[in-house]
Design a protein around this ligand. Structure first.
Ligand code: SF4
Length: 833
């Protein structure tokens, strides 16, 4: 008689076998899971990079919030699958689907793709192909989704244009609702694809390649007032550690410093600051909605935000008592006043980043960096005096007019900063100039591979010092970035050829293989040098039909000034330079209003009396898709949910305080558990444990559920001391349920020792697992095994090791089994689950 088999879906079976499965499970706190039948428009927001990169991107969270605020629109997310997952999906004939509802991309009305950087282009093709959407716009028919891209790369849309039905140039907050409106009306009237595209082409900021006529200009979209868009207030909280695992509070958009290499500084002009009162409301709401313990103040140059000191002071007043840290990722040297350094010192002291960009004053003038060596050294001194242990310096090579002395200047400056630190660490990051469209350097030649490697090699030798760590950007990646930045529509063929040759995740150094690109370049007949060359100032440039709001004359004048080493001061301080970005009374530089006095709390939080500390035990379950969360991911999800529930966690002392929460034992990724434990310390108590559990549950991701909260007496032992063992239930695949299974189990139990091979940290070892096994029983009717494993001398066995032996299964088959920890056995009685 055979067993009934497992009840796992095919996707779940894959998740048990791929790296970082929490990339694909969904169910995060604040994810919008809507009734699809009530939605008249279905949008998939697709990010062509891994989940942990895409989830750190603010723009996608903003669009997700805007679309899902509409009652008749469902917006869902999808990220590029890592190659191991892609291979599994292809082998299993499954389509790439959204996290919220598991719907393949092909079933959406609209697929919105975020184009943030050139080395993610091949991943766009993976998203479309695996999602069941024809790669090229010309091959899509009625019934296929309309695919629209946006993001910084749309400022030169040509290399990717054949893959998209439309591209949005500029900021998305307003235009996304206009696009949604076109679709909603089109559905009401039963319009076909061609008519939808015509209506999209009529919107400002939309480039529809199939309908675009030569000479037609596409003007970028700009929002006038950031305060009208205080988003996102409830960001989706990722399950896994992401690149920016914190609240991103965008304090300003745009920059008027005028660095001549910086595309973001040019195309996101004019500067628009958000009012501090709006920012404080946003911070309050986002903290309440996420349980994060860090806020990052985002802008291209956060020190230029006109109310930065009062804003930081007020944020500190409000949140330092709650151990919320603040981060300012982009600071310019000249904005670092002693008071600002002091404010930052109160909130962060890990590492401090300064970007001189060039090694000599002459070259800093060429790029219009606007700071001096004296500024840099003075800042470095203040930073080290402020207690920082390391400084990161960023430089570029390949700048126009660069000479040997400029490279020497980089090395000299690094050594001088190091001397200021008196033995503390300096990290030097080096990248190669990639001339970008819509900047004064759009005409400049990008240096080639040999030249880049020679300059990097020289600096490696000059910076050989144990107090300096030197990191450089891959020269080959820079070449491709440069190729796509200033390329034209011929490059679409190259992207497809490289993708067909296996190019994926080209921005990841461990995935990037330049040889694939060299072959694809040869096949496509494209010469890198042609695209990297110096452009004549009178020759037409492929991206010039895109109006990024910058006058060509301004860019040209800036380029010519760079050749003379002339500087251009910041227009916010020394008058308008007629760059073209401001447009009438609405689109103009907007400075934040002063912080209202009423914002300051009457009594600083720190002065409040600290309530007595109490200990509590959370008993929780980890089921369904949440079984694919790692121990660390479960810990952070639960910690954030406890914070959101209003319970006041106690923190450790010291420079990096941690909440006092401990988890008994890690349950393996892929294993469900009906009885997990976490002990926590609270400042104050809990009046109603059931209600508190309900609040924590409301903030937990799908599949994690607190079953009860119990008081723990002050003298009671910790969890680690009282756990004696675990009971497991295992669902057996039919092939494992052999006629002789009872015999095999009996043989195992009758053996005095059972040796298994164990792999760990690259080393193989052997272990006798028999002493840990108290019992195994088979339920053929239910198709399950019950197994009890105990601790002996503080150690136990892994269920997989026993199952591999008893069932005669290999590693992959064991990982695919559905195993549920049904009970935790505690000293003085069994677990209560
Ligand atoms: S138009 Fe004038 S004020 Fe506005 S961003 Fe350009 S230079 Fe500055």
């Amino acid at each position: 008689m055979s067993c009934n088999g497992t009840d796992m879906s095919r996707l779940e079976a894959f998740l048990a076998l791929v790296e970082k499965p929490s990339r694909y499970t969904g169910g995060e706190a604040n994810a919008a899971v809507k009734d699809r039948s009530a939605c008249r428009l279905r949008v998939a927001l697709a990010f062509p990079d891994a989940y942990e990169v895409g989830m750190s991107h603010l723009g996608l969270q903003i669009l997700y919030a805007i679309l899902n605020a509409h009652p008749h629109i469902c917006a869902e997310r999808v990220y590029a699958p890592w190659p191991d997952m892609e291979a599994r999906l292809r082998a299993g004939g499954l389509r790439l689907s959204t996290l919220e509802s598991g719907t393949p991309l092909a079933a959406f009305d609209l697929v919105g793709v975020s184009l943030q950087y050139e080395l993610s282009y091949t991943n766009v093709l993976t998203l479309l192909d695996l999602g069941g959407v024809p790669l090229r716009a010309k091959d899509r028919r009625d019934g296929d989704p309309v695919v629209i891209a946006g993001g910084p790369c749309a400022f030169n849309p040509l290399p990717m244009a054949p893959f998209f039905d439309a591209l949005v140039v500029g900021e998305g907050e307003e235009v996304i609702s206009e696009i949604a409106g076109v679709f909603l009306r089109a559905k009401q009237r039963g319009l076909q694809r061609a008519e939808v595209l015509e209506r999209l082409a009529a919107l400002g900021g939309l480039y529809v390649p199939s309908l675009h006529r030569g000479g037609q200009r596409v003007r970028k979209r700009v929002i006038a007032d950031l305060d009208r868009w205080p988003l996102p207030l409830k960001p989706v909280v990722p399950l896994m550690n992401t690149i920016h695992d914190r609240i991103s509070l965008e304090i300003a958009r745009g920059c008027t410093r005028g660095c001549r290499f910086c595309q973001a500084g040019m195309v996101w002009r004019p500067v628009r600051e958000r009012n501090p009162s709006t920012l404080l409301t946003m911070a309050d709401e986002a903290l309440r909605a996420t349980g994060y313990d860090e806020i990052s103040l985002l802008s291209l140059s956060s020190g230029d935000y006109s109310k930065i000191e009062p804003l930081l002071g007020e944020l500190m007043n409000r949140y330092s008592g709650r151990r919320v840290a603040l981060g300012l990722p982009s600071l310019r040297v000249e904005t670092l006043t002693p008071r600002l350094i002091e404010e930052i010192r109160r909130v962060r002291k890990t590492s401090f980043t300064i970007a001189p960009e060039a090694g000599t004053q002459r070259l800093r003038d060429v790029i219009n960096k606007g700071n001096t060596e004296a500024d840099l050294l003075e800042t470095a001194r203040r930073v080290f005096d402020g207690g920082w242990k390391s400084i990161k310096l960023y430089f570029m090579i390949g700048l126009p007019g660069e000479r040997d002395e400029d490279l020497e200047g980089i090395a000299d400056l690094a050594h001088r900063v190091m001397r200021e630190g008196k033995g503390r660490q300096v990290t030097l990051g080096l990248s190669t100039l990639v001339p970008k469209p819509h900047t004064p350097f759009q005409w400049v030649r990008q240096i080639g591979l040999e030249e880049t490697l020679a300059k990097q090699g020289h600096l490696k030798r000059r910076l050989a010092n144990r107090n300096i760590s030197f990191k450089w950007h891959d020269a080959r990646m820079s070449l491709l970035e440069g190729l796509f930045s200033r390329g034209d529509e011929r490059l679409a063929d190259l992207v497809e050829r490289a993708w067909r040759r296996g190019a994926r995740f080209d921005g990841w150094s461990d995935r990037f293989l330049f040889e694939r690109w060299e072959e694809a370049l040869r096949d496509a007949g494209i010469r890198l040098e042609e695209h990297l060359r110096q452009r004549g100032t009178s020759e037409p440039l492929p991206w010039e039909f895109v109006d990024a709001g910058l006058d060509r004359d301004f860019l040209l004048a800036e380029y010519e000034k760079s050749l003379r080493g002339d500087q251009t001061p910041d227009c916010r301080r020394e008058g308008c330079r007629n760059c073209g970005a401001c447009d009438g009374p609405l689109i103009a530089i907007r400075e934040a209003a002063a912080l209202p006095d009423a914002a300051a709390p009457a009594v600083p939080e720190a002065a409040a009396a600290v309530p007595p500390v109490t200990r509590w035990r959370l008993v929780f379950a980890k089921t369904g898709m949440s079984r694919f969360l790692s121990h660390l991911e479960v810990s952070s999800a639960l910690t954030r949910a406890v914070k959101r529930s209003g319970l006041s966690l106690r923190y450790s002392e010291g420079f990096h305080p941690h909440p006092k929460i401990s988890f008994a034992f890690a349950t393996a990724v892929g294993m469900e558990s009906l009885e997990e434990f976490a002990d926590l310390q609270l400042e104050g108590g809990i009046d109603d444990a059931a209600a508190a559990a309900g609040r924590v549950n409301a903030a937990l991701p799908r599949g994690l559920e607190v079953r009860r909260i119990e008081r723990v007496g002050s003298g009671e032992p910790s969890l680690a001391k009282i756990v004696r063992g675990f009971r497991y239930r295992v669902w057996l695949p039919p092939a494992s349920c052999t006629e002789d299974l009872e015999e095999r189990i009996g043989g195992f139990l009758a053996s005095p020792s059972v040796i298994v091979e164990r792999e760990g940290k690259g080393k193989a070892s052997r272990k006798d697992v028999r002493p840990y096994v108290q019992g195994i029983s088979l339920d053929r009717g239910g198709g399950t095994l019950e197994m009890t494993l105990m601790f002996v001398d503080g150690r136990t066995a892994r269920p997989a090791e026993i199952l591999g032996h008893v069932l005669g299964l290999g590693d992959e088959a064991v990982r695919s089994l559905r195993i549920v920890k049904t009970q935790t056995l505690l000293e003085g009685g069994e677990g209560k689950g």
